[in-house]
Design a binder for this molecule. Structure first.
Ligand code: SF4
Length: 333
């Protein structure tokens, strides 16, 4: 059983350590996910290539805002990495998730990638998307082979959509809603609609009532309510309290559930090697998520997940300095 040094220099026996191949560019994790268990991530676009620039985005501001679908990563490369990775893992992940550092449907090979993954393994496949391109028939068709699609829909009025998601100028919320309704008619898998609430932006009763009407038109299998708990792209993206989320849940009805991480149980995959390495690093010096990602060769999504867990457990904290968020290890006496 592999051993590493813990927070206080003690030897820690890991419950599990996967023999991960090095130098993978697109596959990361598995990361613990409240909804998807142990989720193996596949990144289909370059860092922060997205159709939106959400104020709450926890991986930073969008550097390439576009609606142009391109072959950012070749399906063969993803297939090759995944084959290598899956053969090296001791324990199968619960899900393979197409997500990463931007909007995965911007990769125009996503349909082929889904096809390759389904040929390779029976592990369920999920897609995390902002749903902005669902008005395109080819995007809806491309996702047909996946098992779960988790689109976000944070606003239903144009003005709120513009303030919160800051979309590419060609995108209109009504087209996105119509795309989601059409997708529901065609798609045979599960649709879990995610709504992220920011205080004072999309949490007023009228907006939520309108959202309720739209959800009834879309007919998702689940509605999942969230709020930013990790440092957001903009400091003014404030989270809701658990009580406020609970009130919204009641307003939206039985189908809605709260999935915000501050309601998640602690201790999943406690003391994983990544968590300990991150903690050891930020105890030596304050680091941004990018610093940690570069220093440890971890994907940003992975870093963000582990930091979220460490902050919730009180083992790390963060502070803002000149618009950058720095993490530090918390001294426990
Ligand atoms: S939260 Fe998602 S949709 Fe919004 S900017 Fe970040 S990656 Fe894009």
């Amino acid at each position: 059983m592999p051993k590493v040094r813990g927070e206080n220099g003690e030897k820690v026996v890991l419950i599990e350590m996967d023999k991960k191949p090095n130098n993978l560019k697109y596959i990361f994790g598995p990361v613990p996910s409240r909804r998807l268990g142990r989720s193996l991530g596949v990144d289909l676009v370059p860092y922060k290539t997205c159709t939106f620039d959400c104020i709450y985005c926890d991986i930073g501001k969008t550097t390439c805002k576009t609606t142009s679908r391109q072959s950012y990563v070749s399906p063969e490369e993803i297939k090759g990495e995944l084959e290598l990775y899956l053969s090296a893992l001791d324990k199968k992940p619960d899900y393979i998730t197409l997500s990463g550092s931007g909007e995965p449907t911007l990769n125009r090979g996503i349909g082929e990638i889904i096809h390759h993954i389904k040929e390779l393994t029976s592990i369920p496949l999920a897609v995390l998307t902002n749903g902005s391109l669902f008005s395109l028939e080819e995007v809806r068709e491309a996702l047909a082979g996946s098992d779960v699609v988790i689109p976000s829909l944070d606003a239903v009025s144009e003005v709120t959509f513009q303030c919160l998601n800051r979309p590419h100028p060609s995108l209109k919320i009504e087209d996105i809603i119509l795309g989601l309704i059409q997708f529901r008619k065609e798609y045979r898998g599960q649709i879990w609609l995610e709504v992220v609430f920011c205080r004072g932006v999309n949490d007023d009763k009228e907006e939520i009532e309108r959202l309720k009407g739209v959800i009834e038109r879309i007919h998702p299998d689940k509605v999942q309510l969230n709020t930013p708990i990790r440092p957001p792209a903009e400091e003014f993206a404030y989270p809701l309290t658990t009580h406020q989320l609970e009130e919204i849940r009641k307003q939206l009805g039985a189908q809605a559930e709260i999935i915000s991480e501050f309601t998640a149980p602690l201790g999943i995959e406690s003391n994983s090697i990544n968590e300990i390495e991150i903690l050891n690093l930020i105890k030596r010096r304050p680091c941004t998520t990018e610093d940690i990602s570069k220093a440890l060769g971890l994907h940003l999504d992975e870093v963000v997940k582990y930091l979220g867990k460490l902050v919730r457990e009180g083992r790390a904290h963060y502070r803002m300095h000149e618009h950058h968020c720095y993490y530090e290890g918390t001294l426990i006496h």
